[in-house]
Design a protein around this ligand. Sequence first.
Ligand SMILES: *Cc1c(COP(=O)(O)O)cnc(C)c1O
Length: 341
Amino acid sequence: MPIDLRSDTVTKPSPAMRQAMADAEVGDDQYGEDPTVRRLEETIAAAFGFPEAVFVPTGIMANHIALRLLVAPGEELLCDADAHIVAHENGGLAAHAGIQTRTLPSLRGLMDPASLAALIRVGDRYTVGTRALEVENTHNRGGGAVYPIGTLREIRALADSFGIGLHVDGARIWNAHVATGVPLADYGAVATTMAVCMSKGLGAPAGSLVLPPPGRAEEARTLRRRLGGSMRQSGILAAGALYALTHNLDRLSQDHENARRIAAALKAAGATVRDPETNIVLVDVDDAPAVAEACSAAGVRVSAFGPKLLRIVTHLDVSPQDCDTAAEVVSTALMQSPERG
Ligand SMILES: *Cc1c(COP(=O)(O)O)cnc(C)c1O
């Protein structure tokens, strides 16, 4: 079995999680009759201080629905240039929602409020209007970087001062919460809308939730159906998500520890590693696909996250020992990388 550090999405449901899923009480969720989905939606809404939450199949759909609630076709969304919604969602906001996205460069994906403020356009007959800001916490391409809560509050205040929304892509908000100790409700309080994933570090097999603004959950459910994302006895999936929330949240600190362990070992071996804040380690290399290929041949899977960037992600299916092995394999592959010598 290879040690798979390509993503924290590769985890498989444990026997206990599968049992919880098998035991789930279910109903037809399109009729609002799945008690387990309702319980998950209520639990997540309460955790982030929102009145309602809407269960959807994927994080991309959660982002898409939330942003449609904030930005009409032909209007503008501002976010960082490395955002998941820009880099990894296949242009869905443009293709399906007619949303114009404007991006700004940032360090580790974390935008500076003053730079953002300078870009917001009120909009009039001649000028497109900015209708929402988007932040990603933790930031995937930023190497799992965490937004300081103070910066988030500044960005929310900025959005409020223009009367526009702030969407938080919280696919890995759990990692931010565990790394900083900032309560989930405090992260929820800065968001006009939010998307959270149960299938990243928490380890559920599928499922994300949209947190819509008060009074707009019905619109979110209608959009979900239009996108083909309304499910039926999805309580089976919701049960996995509830199990994940109960059993796999606090242990994310172990993933963070494992990421630091890998980073330290790679650094000691002379690699150019960006210090991980959570569960993602980025390594600057000469030829990422070649290194990833060499690692794979030695039983360790990592991602070529760009031509010269390697991404290593820790998760609940890898042990500290696996991480030590992985660090050794990656170090060896880096030494042997042709461009190095
Ligand atoms: C994984 C991820 C998503 C959603 O991904 P899905 O595969 O659609 O669940 C959204 N945002 C970020 C930052 C992610 O890493």
